[in-house]
Design a protein around this ligand. Structure first.
Ligand SMILES: [Zn+2]
Length: 83
């Protein structure tokens, strides 16, 4: 019975840290503990895959903060040639 409880605890802890893990906010030892748990625990691996897909989508949808220099330079050139 107590073993079952430990397992549950590991899952709760792993899932609580999944977001920090995905954003690489964990120290290497904690990240390793989660990786090991995910490989051993099918349920958490499933949850992790869902979370990582969502995180990836959010990262991809974020706008680029600055226009690349080449694009900015091209716009400058366009302005000049228009005159
Ligand atoms: Zn688990």
């Amino acid at each position: 019975m107590s073993q079952e409880h430990d397992e549950m605890d590991e899952c709760v802890q792993a899932l609580a840290r999944v977001h920090a893990f995905l954003h690489e906010e964990l120290v290497e030892a904690d990240a390793d503990a989660i990786r090991i748990h995910l490989h051993a625990c099918e349920r958490c691996m499933e949850n992790f895959e869902i979370e990582s897909t969502i995180t990836e989508m959010i990262v991809r949808s974020q706008p680029v903060e600055q226009a690349p220099t080449t694009l900015a330079a091209r716009i400058q050139t366009m302005r000049i040639t228009r005159r």
